[in-house]
Design a protein around this ligand. Sequence first.
Ligand SMILES: N[C@@H](CCC(=O)N[C@@H](CS)C(=O)NCC(=O)O)C(=O)O
Length: 207
Amino acid sequence: MILYTDATTPFGRKCVIAALEREIPLEERFIKLSEPGDFLDVNPLNQIPALFVERGKCYFDSDVILEYLDTLHENSPLIPELNKFECKTAIHLANGIIESTLLRTMELRRPECRQSKTFVNHLEARVMRGIETMEKKRQTKIGDWLNGEEITTAVALSYVDFRFSTEWRKTAPTLETWFERVSCRKSMELTAPTRERPIAMIDKIRV
Ligand SMILES: N[C@@H](CCC(=O)N[C@@H](CS)C(=O)NCC(=O)O)C(=O)O
């Protein structure tokens, strides 16, 4: 099974952390979307992450991949049946924070005269409201098994740190404590967006 991804994509990172946390064997393959080649057969949208399972069986969208990974292990599910809709909504909130941070980064890479300050403000306000909502629901404790909601939340906060700002900590102390704890996990450390290479042999790593 090959996961097409790259070093910095937060949506790809979600999937790699999930595979590491559940010890699901996976080959990570970094891809340049500007030179997709045969990758377009895996994901015609030319987006990462995308999972190649076997010829004719490719899954994309990080949430679909998480659900698929749940069919490959017998430990605590990434998407638990109990409170499933709360879990999926929290994942969607974290996805929205990631997407807004990504769009903000892309907007700020345009020539300055073409950038929309209104759009950037709108995205930044959405990120901050999202984090505020996470803060209200978070407890500092982390369990033995990170679920999909915890993984996506941690990846979103790390991505905000990486591309936008670390200021959110000033108004989200519970989330900050929780995030510091989650960030010490091997799965988080190994997938930092500053890495240069794919992880070799995911199934051999004990988190
Ligand atoms: N909803 C998708 C979003 C995937 C996505 O936006 N990936 C970005 C990288 S983080 C990408 O491929 N961007 C290139 C593009 O959209 O052209 C998911 O959760 O997997």
